[in-house]
Design a protein around this ligand. Structure first.
Ligand SMILES: [Zn+2]
Ligand SMILES: [Zn+2]
Length: 490
């Protein structure tokens, strides 16, 4: 497909001619007429509101009644370039995202469409049926379990990356539409200036943390070492200053020296030997391996890109086991979850994400957070001397765990596991929003996390990954100093 002006209309008519998207490897990614129709016959006008009736951020995905997505925007290789279709609104591949969905006009052909309207995972979605000429006006209600939480995605790619074409403005619109409060652009050995791009989202409350993904397999002399994100960089940071060579410990030391204020996150650790350090090193939490991680702040346990990159070794459950092994050594490295998106609509930002109560960066650093692709998990440990949340340290042997799991109606949710020192000690069926108490007795120092799961993967609300996204959320640990000696060594 060759790009034309008046893009949306022309694309929907399929009238540009030619074809350049064969490299994407995505079957069905060609721009074809809508649902076999003769093209655009009209528009569906969509308004999404918050509970105060104000226009809210939203993402609109149209599905033909046969279930196939409507094609909007352009596919370049495996990534996407959307078309700005108004102030703070972008149409890309099969979805329209907007900072404020207020009379958003989405072009369609003949027939009825399923219209899926979302605002990320912390708001209910609305799915309705509409056809050209219809006006859809919906309210997206907040999910109570996410009240007062701040959620962010600490790993997204855009045009400064060699492997993403997503324009910076469009990335920010997408982040707002997914309900994110924080986003960290972490392009491959590149730090962009997002100041101008930010104008497109107006006064939307999105914090942009400058970042960089250290990518040794693409250095002039490629190194098999895995990828590391630096999060919270000054604009003046020059990735070329990282002219270092492994091992990982030296890279982390160097990154720390150059940018002492940045968080260092080990990314997609099981992807493969080039891109994931755990795969590279055959990680088993040995003392020598832990030596390399002295400067590490965060471990990306859940990476959304793994659903698209063909790796199953990097699936969240596999990396959870690595993380448990790490925690069992007494080395406390908080978990994060990020999209690692290189696209706009097929792998939207914020799926998964990391949510906190406090100031985002400080709370993520302290592990006062949980990771989620759908559910919220509130975990409190009540002890004789008070109550702790993730990131906290309790004292003594007898405790009561209080767990509340919640989720939007479109998020499959079945059960929650209580895991202590890597062992499953209890599992219960979840009723959304209802607190469950679990008595906890530990003999020695311990850590406890809760993992909530759905009995089915997520649907189109989570985008269109090559493999479906599991519905899962897990907390960072509360540590228990059972012998009250001031250190926690499980
Ligand atoms: Zn990477
Ligand atoms: Zn990445």
């Amino acid at each position: 497909m060759r790009w034309c002006s008046a893009a949306l209309l022309v694309l929907l008519f399929g009238a540009c001619g030619g074809d350049d998207d064969s490299a994407s490897g995505d079957s069905g990614s060609r721009d074809t007429a809508v649902d076999g129709s003769v093209g655009v016959v009209g528009r569906i006008e969509i308004t999404a509101r918050d509970e105060a009736r104000r226009p809210s951020p939203c993402r609109v995905r149209l599905l033909s009644r046969a279930g196939s997505p409507v094609r909007l925007g352009r596919v370049t290789g495996s990534t996407e370039v959307g078309e700005l279709i108004g102030e703070g609104a972008v149409a890309a591949f099969d979805a329209v995202s907007a900072v404020a969905c207020d009379g958003l006009e989405v072009p369609v052909g003949f027939g009825n469409y399923d219209v899926v309207i979302t605002r990320g995972l912390a708001f209910e979605s609305v799915t309705t049926t509409a056809r050209a000429g219809d006006v859809v006006d919906v309210t997206l209600a907040p999910v109570p379990g996410f009240a007062e939480l701040t959620c962010g995605d600490l790993h997204v790619h855009s045009a400064p990356s060699f492997d993403s074409d997503v324009p910076m403005e469009q990335r920010l619109i997408g982040a707002v539409a997914e309900g994110l409060a924080v986003v960290a652009p972490t392009d491959h050995d590149a730090v962009g200036d997002w100041t101008t791009a930010r104008d497109v989202i107006g006064d939307a409350p999105l914090e942009v943390l400058l970042g960089n993904e250290i990518t040794p397999d693409h250095w002039d002399t490629p190194i098999e070492l895995g990828h590391v994100n630096m999060i919270g960089l000054p604009l003046a940071f020059d990735p070329r200053d990282l002219a270092m060579r492994g091992p990982l410990g030296d890279v982390l030391e160097g990154a720390r020296d150059i940018a002492p204020g940045a968080l260092l996150q080990l990314n997609h650790p099981r992807w493969n030997r080039w891109n994931g350090w755990f795969a590279h090193i055959d990680f088993e939490a040995s003392a020598a391996q832990l030596e390399e991680l002295v400067q590490l702040d965060l471990l990306e346990v859940f990476n959304g890109h793994e659903l698209d990159n063909g790796s199953r070794d990097g699936d969240v459950d596999a990396v959870l086991l690595d993380w448990y092994a790490l925690l069992n050594t007494g080395r406390y490295i908080p978990a994060t979850g990020n999209s690692d998106t290189h696209r706009l609509s097929r792998s939207p930002a914020g799926w998964p994400r990391t949510c906190t109560r406090g100031r985002f960066v400080d709370a993520v650093f302290a592990g006062e957070s949980f990771v989620t692709s759908g559910p919220s998990v509130s975990m409190r440990l009540v002890s004789a001397d008070g109550e702790r949340r993730p990131g906290g340290i309790a004292q003594g042997r007898e405790h009561t765990l209080r767990v509340t799991v919640d989720a939007a109606a479109f998020v499959p949710l079945e059960s929650a596991d209580v895991v202590i020192n890597g062992e499953l000690i209890d599992s219960f069926l979840v009723t959304r929003g209802v607190e469950v108490e679990v008595p906890i007795t530990v003999e020695g120092d311990s850590w406890v996390v809760v993992v909530a799961r759905g009995d089915a993967p997520l649907g189109p609300e989570a985008g269109g990954h090559a493999r479906p996204m599991p519905s899962i959320a897990f907390t960072n640990p509360i540590r228990i100093d059972a012998d009250m000696d001031g250190v926690v060594v499980p």
